[in-house]
Write a protein that binds this ligand. Structure first.
Ligand SMILES: C[S@@+](CC[C@H](N)C(=O)[O-])C[C@H]1O[C@@H](n2cnc3c(N)ncnc32)[C@H](O)[C@@H]1O
Length: 388
């Protein structure tokens, strides 16, 4: 048993079975033993899983092109001298879930080479609650000292000292699918939902039904199906065919994150790239056990409770619920796109405008294929874009 499992067992001994969301929070983010606190080298060939960032620099370059195009068009960027007061307001690119700072370095590197005047007007903010990860990011971004600013949380509307609205782009790559989820099961006989918790039995961590569903789950509009805010409101014909024990994940923390980001956005874009589903897809019969998975050395498993802190845990994002939260905060949805078509559109825009995205060496072409191809990362990842 590792140190973190001992800590988790002590918590269970003191208060009884804990929600899976609490288990996942400790497994990933315990300040000392959490998976994401241990080392920066978790992602990529030698780590546990790939992200689009770990494929190489092309992903960041394409995002940088897209962000630059949005900013230039929306704000009609001019040089500071040509603006009336001579000191034009800066724009922000705000990244959350920056991990080791690699994506930030790719984006800033491209802007420095290709759009130096725009970069002069940009502040790059990284939202990072963990002091340890902030150190990793500072190390990756030494070449951009003075350009990057760190915030421990998203700017919160009207609440000092974090309050500062954003004009620009707020984005995250694979942040929301790494936030702790609650797992809800359907009791077909009693026709009610219950929450899966984590307890200890015969000296092992085991799944146990909790006596009540966590209040955080009850507060959020989770299902996101048209005309249906809560799981209890799912259409009767759908509930009638859900098998006993059918499990879905819900993530109030992701919805709250999105809502806060939407409110912080004065003008611009809110973007997330994640593994995720629309609401209907969560209730497909081929997913009776839900979408939560553990990853270790590029192997996925459903042993979510094994070796806490030593394997990644992730669950699909509910894009419909995020979309609804953003729209309720006044944002307009541009769409939920598969990553492949989204990046292909960016490439087309670059070609049509005659702008160079760099030399397509065999290595960069290989990266592009991995990002775009539906059997690689092009279909599994989706991009939600909302604007104000
Ligand atoms: C799956 S990793 C993605 C890393 C990187 N964006 C990439 O694509 O390679 C998720 C990252 O989000 C970080 N994270 C988790 N909660 C966060 C929060 N509330 N704010 C900012 N980052 C967070 C995790 O520690 C981890 O570094």
């Amino acid at each position: 048993m590792n140190n973190l499992e001992e800590i988790i067992r002590r918590e269970i001994a003191a208060q009884g079975a804990i929600p899976f969301a609490r288990f996942m929070d400790l497994a990933l983010y315990h300040p000392e033993h959490g998976y994401y606190e241990r080392t920066s080298r978790l992602i990529g060939r030698r780590g546990d899983y790939f992200t689009s960032v770990s494929v190489g620099g092309v992903f960041g370059e394409l995002l940088a092109f897209q962000f630059a195009r949005w900013l230039e068009e929306e704000f009609k960027v001019q040089s500071p001298e040509s603006e009336p007061d001579g000191a034009a307001r800066p724009f922000q690119i705000v990244e959350a879930g920056a991990h080791d700072g690699r994506l930030a370095a790719d984006i800033l590197g491209w802007l420095r080479c290709q759009r130096p005047e725009l970069l002069a007007r940009i502040e790059y903010w990284i939202v990072e609650p963990s002091p340890r990860r902030r150190d990793w990011q500072r190390e990756s971004l030494t070449g951009f000292a003075g350009k990057v600013r760190w915030l421990s949380a998203l700017p919160t509307l009207g609440v000092a000292p974090h309050f500062q609205s954003v004009r620009g782009v707020v984005f995250a790559n694979e942040l929301l699918d790494a936030l702790p989820v609650h797992r809800l099961g359907w009791d077909a006989r009693a026709r009610r939902w219950f929450e899966w918790g984590v307890g200890v039995q015969q000296d092992r961590l085991v799944w146990q039904q909790l006596a009540a569903i966590s209040s955080a789950v009850q507060r959020e509009p989770l299902a996101g199906l048209p005309g249906c805010d809560r799981l209890e409101e799912l259409p009767l014909d759908l509930l009638a065919v859900l098998p006993d024990g059918f499990t879905v994940e819900v993530c109030p923390q992701a919805i709250e994150w999105w809502r806060t980001a939407a409110r912080a956005l004065e003008r611009g874009w809110l973007v997330t790239v994640d593994y995720g589903l629309t609401a209907e897809e969560f209730f497909r019969p081929e997913r009776p056990g839900g979408t939560a998975r553990a990853y270790c050395q590029h192997r996925s498993s459903v042993d979510l409770l094994g070796r806490p802190g030593e394997q990644d845990l992730t669950a699909h994002v509910n894009f419909a619920a995020l979309q609804a939260a953003g729209e309720a905060a006044g944002l307009r949805t541009e769409g939920v796109f598969a990553q492949g078509p989204f990046l292909a559109h960016t490439l087309r825009q670059a070609a049509e405008s005659g702008q160079s995205l760099g030399v397509w060496t065999p290595e960069r072409t290989r990266q592009l294929q991995t990002l775009l191809h539906p059997d690689h990362l092009g279909r599994a990842f989706r991009v939600l874009v909302q604007t104000r």
